[in-house]
Design a protein around this ligand. Sequence first.
Ligand SMILES: [Zn+2]
Length: 508
Amino acid sequence: MYSRVSGWVGTEQGCPILKFADDTIFFSSTREEDLLTLKSVLLVFGHISGLKVNLDKSNIYGINLGQDHLHRLAELLDCKASGWPILYLGLPLGGNPKSGSFWDPVIERISSRLDGWQKTYLSFGGRITLIQSCLTHMPCYFLSLFKIPASVAVRIERLQRDFLWSGAGEGKRDHLVSWDVVCKSKMKGGLGLGRISLRNSALLGKWLWRYPREGSALWHQVILSIYGSHSNGWDANTVVRWSHRCPWKAIAQFFQDFSKFTRFMVGDGERIRFWEDLWWGDQPLGVRFPRLLRVVMDKNIPISSILGSTRPFSWNFNFRHNLSDSEIEDLESLMQSLDHIHLSPSVPNKRSWSLSSSGLFTVKSFFLALSQISGLPSVFPTKLVWNSQVLFKIKSFVWLVAHKKVNTNDMLQLRRPYKALSPDICMLCMKQGETVDHLFLHCPLTMGLWYSLFQLTKIDWVPPRSIFDMLSTNFNGFGSSKRGIVLWQAACIALLWVVWRERNARIF
Ligand SMILES: [Zn+2]
């Protein structure tokens, strides 16, 4: 919350105050009479309201102020002189987010939470749930304001990774699926944990969205005074010439990624640039008609200056010289494509977020879009694994099967030969070696189960080459109704689960 004490004695602009819950910050000049006035106002306030201000427990911090000077002012106010950073609303103000120690509180919180979980035995599915619901979100408060250094992101992801594959305190276990795959979205075969750096970008994008919408807020004013306005008239400039320590410097780096997903909704067209902004079609007109953009006088000219406010449009293009034949062709097609536009002078121009149906920014949509950009598309039986109506721990087991990463004997042979069964043989048929494809598909015993399942459906089934193909194929075994699909998914998963339980029962 931000307010001003009006009629403040001694200063021209008044005394800005930041208040939240039981914390209050006063900003003041260093003039002694200002501080004395502040002190007497606080004392008078205490006498009137009975809410005594405890100066002993208050601190004074200097900005560009010598230590001696700061101590003298502290004596004047009967409070303590302190140094940066300070903790405000749980965030360190004036610290350096680029240094590793700045993030220590976050890492400590995560590790202490993990220690608390050590004693309880958790299934693989349980650990996934805890990571999704808790570990991923714990750093979010810091991540929503500061850019995380790559080294710190690696430290946090290592904590998550070790916990996922071993459970805390169970000793070293195998990391069955690579962390890159785990972080992918569920559509692409991952667990949807997401990279911390991408989550960070998406959270910081929120400030870029809020900036033009909160023009009267104190934080907006501060950023504006440091950076100045972007040539589009909506955002803050992304570069600032002098060096300083301000979270915005890192936030501004995401502007390119962010602005790709914004577009303008034209009202009167006064604050939207005709050539440079995205407001019509799939790309800015300057990108669609580069030859025309090259010859315009003013690239930042607003829509309203070119079209005028009413139909017919005035087409006030202002080119630098007469157009060539090919440029005239471009101009004709441009004018044709704009024929359906209606300007509505009474409606304000708006910026909308193209990734959500409401047109409003969401961190989640930005995060998903950023995750899509990185990494190649791949197919994965997402529906069977995650949409089925079975227990989560069984879903996560099927996820491992689909990745061929359950600990069958062939995997154990590779990883820890001394622990694997010898001879390396399938416990169900006692004939062939145990692989994921054999155990869950080609083993005569399992195959018998699959055949009896397909007999119920009257489908002529030919066993596919791999369990992945099997899970990826849409058989419609019990019809294509919702009930039929749910039933079929459950039946297939039950078959896999039964085989796995039986196999384990025979071994252990
Ligand atoms: Zn077998």
